[in-house]
Design a protein around this ligand. Structure first.
Ligand SMILES: [Ca+2]
Ligand SMILES: [Ca+2]
Length: 347
């Protein structure tokens, strides 16, 4: 997401409207009434079966190396296709969950970027409410005027963070199996380092999402085995895929390597700085281990991959392995999480 460019956040028009703060699974209407967005009994956990006992790195799967055409042909930023080679690596089977992140925080006392004071020197002209710690939250509007102004459905909510992903009035209680959200690149790198791992490069992530197969640019069809958006974004979501908002990790069929939810549910941070295309002038090194792009904590934008529960044919067809988007380094969002990789010997 690129809501905060050139030293300012979200065009300066958003307000800290706590009364209408919303998590992905519930919202408050204009009168403050809590409204469930997901009908029926809520699914709080899915069985992530098949983690073979005795595996060298529990919770991870081996992604064999190979060469493929990085990118796709639908949107400008995914072009041109670029031949890329990755070595084999281990990858988390699922997005990092609230439970896993809580263990990290409990052990280390780590405070996420969304929980820290905002440095106004980095964002001159920032409205005062946006100088408070917080994150960007998707709020489903009743109606919009065109899809050009994304502030119609994204709000900066002071007090939104991984413990309160929809704002201070929301909680992750009972949602330990949901993906952690509103984390930034710095947060994700800190978690990965604590685990003795790293974040995937864009190439590693995309290769894994292609199930380590060199397929030509794939279909643009909305995938069935992924948490995306059915209906006219952002005002109508039928939830045909089972979830109107976020889903617990592992609710959809894994890909051929055994990796869940690479496409959909939450966008996933990568270690690569954002470049506007795959053209040679904007190229990223093919060897992620030597990448100068893999620096932590730097300002700027990073590549995120896979799309989220908000991706719809009517707005953003980024539910594809080759799609990509930039994400501000110091801004968390309610549709953004991550998973880790480990560069080590294979099985
Ligand atoms: Ca969905
Ligand atoms: Ca995902």
């Amino acid at each position: 997401m690129t809501l905060r460019h050139s030293g300012r956040r979200i065009a300066g028009v958003l307000t800290a409207a706590l009364a209408i703060a919303a998590a992905a699974w519930w919202a408050w209407d204009a009168s403050g009434r809590k409204v469930a967005l997901q009908a029926g009994a809520e699914t709080l956990r899915c069985d992530v079966a098949g983690d073979s006992t005795g595996t060298r790195h529990p919770g991870m799967v081996w992604v064999p190396g190979g060469s493929f055409d990085l990118g796709d042909t639908l949107y400008p930023e995914e072009q041109p296709l670029r031949k890329t080679t990755v070595k084999g690596f281990w990858m988390d089977r699922t997005e990092v969950t609230n439970d896993a992140f809580a263990e990290f925080v409990q052990t280390t006392g780590y405070l996420t970027v969304a929980q820290r004071p905002v440095d106004p020197r980095l964002h001159p002209g920032l409205p005062s409410d946006m100088q408070q710690p917080g994150a960007v939250v998707f709020v489903m509007p009743n109606a919009i005027q065109g899809q050009g102004n994304l502030t119609q459905w994204w709000r900066y909510i002071p007090g939104a963070n991984w413990r309160h992903p929809g704002g201070p009035l929301t909680s992750i209680a009972g949602r330990g199996s949901f993906p952690v959200v509103t984390v930034t690149i710095e947060d994700a790198l800190a978690y990965a380092k604590w685990k003795g791992r790293s974040l995937p490069s864009e190439a590693q992530w995309e290769w894994a999402a292609r199930a380590a197969q060199d397929l030509s640019a794939g279909t643009n069809d909305q995938p069935k085995a992924a948490n995306t958006w059915q209906g006219l974004f952002p005002v109508a979501n039928s939830g045909e895929d089972g979830f109107v908002g976020l889903a617990p990790v592992g609710c959809y069929t894994a890909n051929a390597l055994g990796l869940f939810d690479l496409i959909g549910n939450v966008w996933e941070l990568t270690a690569d700085r954002w470049m506007p295309s795959h053209a040679a002038a904007d190229s990223i090194p093919s060897d992620p281990a030597s990448s100068v792009l893999r620096q932590s904590g730097a300002a700027g934008q990073y590549v995120i991959k896979g799309g989220s529960f908000l991706c719809a044919p009517s707005y953003c067809m980024r539910y594809r392995a080759g799609s990509r988007q930039p994400q501000d380094a110091d801004l968390g969002a309610s549709h953004l999480g991550f998973r880790t990789v480990l560069e080590a010997n294979g099985p």
